[in-house]
Design a binder for this molecule. Sequence first.
Ligand code: NI
Length: 169
Amino acid sequence: MKILILGDELLRQKAVPVKKINKSTEEFARNLVEALHEGKGIGLAGPQVGVLERIFAVHVEGDVPRIFINPSILETSQELVKYEEGCLSIPGVYADVVRPKTVKVQAWNERGRPFTLEADGILARVIQHEYDHLEGGLFIDRLSEEKRERILAKMARAESREKRKHRKV
Ligand code: NI
């Protein structure tokens, strides 16, 4: 599976609900977890691999890999916390993002079993980050405009450096 990078329009589209959870959903979930491990990430959503469906995988240290299908965020804490985020679709970029500290989410797993989960810490963070992907959102949207511009400019410079390098060889 190829992970799409910032600039790809698919990352900006709203994903549609998974209609039926079947064998192929299970297989896709497995591939998603595999791509997540390959990319050394802790979360990966369908739209990031070009599948505009409401499904994402999360695997944080000390926990098992978890699949969320058609998730709903039921509750978020009033308490907000700052945490450094990165994204497999925005390589090399890390920035502090403020979000609710805890989250209560309802979803289905890859076997079609519904579950409700109350998450805190890094798990709560990744769930919210991945949920944003289903809505066409990226963590850089949650930064100040100034900070976002700085990051985008830095990425553009790195990209043109990369292009010059290739021209020489
Ligand atoms: Ni991401």
